[in-house]
Design a protein around this ligand. Structure first.
Ligand SMILES: [Zn+2]
Ligand SMILES: [Zn+2]
Length: 360
């Protein structure tokens, strides 16, 4: 039988998050029921809620950075048991048969991957997914990840949530472009994505520089292990690092001038863009620095289930979690207002919300 859980949803592109009784589907044989403990707030939640990409379905329960405990399993589930600490990220279903799914890149599924929220569920026509700003979620076991033991402590566990989206998004280009010890890596923007990128690249042994509009986040960057910060507003500061970077990852989520970054790359090296999913309309891209330096520009989009588990395991080995502030569900609207300027992630304490809603 379908069942109802407490959640927070937005009802239109302009409304705040509000309490919402959400119906969850009954468990299929390969499904897992997760009692959510923590849900990360990702900038993307706001983009979806504000209908930035024109595909919003309301009421919308956001959240694709989920950590919780298994509370029930379908009869065919083999990889997880009741009581396990588990995590769910951006993808909760795919066809599992196409070339990309078989290649462990479910995000490129030819039938379209099913996202954690605001996504139609082909297996359940007429249904749309609802995410982690809720007490519980039902997910097929293939899409449920294990939280490493070393991260299952009360202090680290909340900060695991952003690994599922931001961590995976940053780890994939670091791996694809073969970051190794001693290389010089630039992380452009120190927001939700950037802070994970700094921690991961530092753990890989790289020398990490943050490239930011100004020096306001210098102490945050250094606390995360970055060697320093370059102000992208200063031509002189940029020039000091000409042709020295092995990889740049651009996390800025809005239209901006990427031309200033190309000269920073060594020949043959890459600027990987993960932040701005859309057009650069205000700034024309000048290809001179690319052509004259055999430099590359690339995109990178989250990651599949296998590599997501690899990221969690890597974070477990190095005890990396996102720098974060824990908030109650009722403060999610406030967090949305300040998220773009924060060098910390906001994590919703769902267990507290869940206990409160049960005692009401
Ligand atoms: Zn996200
Ligand atoms: Zn597929």
């Amino acid at each position: 039988m379908p069942f109802t859980v407490d959640s927070y949803a937005v009802n239109s592109a302009t409304s705040d998050l509000e309490p919402y009784k959400l119906e969850r589907r009954d468990l299929c044989d390969d499904d897992i029921l997760i009692d959510i403990m923590y849900s990360g707030i990702c900038h993307t939640d706001q983009h979806f809620a504000r209908d930035k990409w024109g595909n919003a379905v309301y009421p919308m329960v956001p959240g694709h950075e989920i950590v919780g405990l298994v509370s029930a399993v379908g009869k065919n589930v083999k990889q997880h048991s009741v009581g396990d600490f588990v995590a769910v990220g951006c993808i909760v279903d795919s066809c599992r048969k196409c070339t990309h799914c078989l290649n462990n890149e479910e995000m490129f599924c030819t039938e379209g991957n099913t996202q954690a929220y605001n996504s139609p569920e082909p297996r359940f026509p007429g249904h749309s997914t609802a995410g982690g700003y809720s007490e519980a979620i039902v997910v097929p076991e293939h899409f449920v990840l294990k939280v490493p033991k070393s991260l299952q402590t009360p202090t680290l566990l909340p900060g695991v949530a952003p690994i599922l989206c931001a961590g995976v998004t940053m780890y994939c280009p670091l791996k694809e472009f073969e970051v190794s010890k001693g290389q010089k890596i630039g992380i452009i923007g120190l927001g939700g994505l950037g802070l994970m990128g700094v921690r991961l690249a530092v753990a890989m042994g790289a020398e990490v520089m943050v490239i930011s509009r100004n020096h306001n986040k210098d102490s945050d960057a250094k606390a995360m292990g970055a060697k320093g910060v370059i102000s992208s507003s200063s031509k002189e500061e940029l020039a000091l690092h000409d042709s020295t970077f092995d990889l740049l990852i651009d996390t800025i989520p809005t239209d901006h001038d990427i031309n200033i970054y190309f000269p920073l790359l060594k020949p043959h090296k890459t600027l990987a863009i993960v932040g701005h999913v859309g057009r650069f309309e205000k700034n024309i891209i000048d290809l001179s620095a690319l052509i004259l330096g055999n430099r590359h520009i690339a995109g990178s989009f989250i990651g599949g289930i296998e590599i997501s588990q690899e990221v969690l395991n890597f974070c477990g080995e190095h005890e990396i979690v996102a720098d974060h502030t824990i908030i109650p569900m009722e403060q999610a609207n406030e967090a949305w207002k300040v998220i773009s300027d924060s060098a910390k992630r906001y994590i919703i304490d769902i267990s507290a919300f869940s206990n409160r809603s049960k005692s009401n």
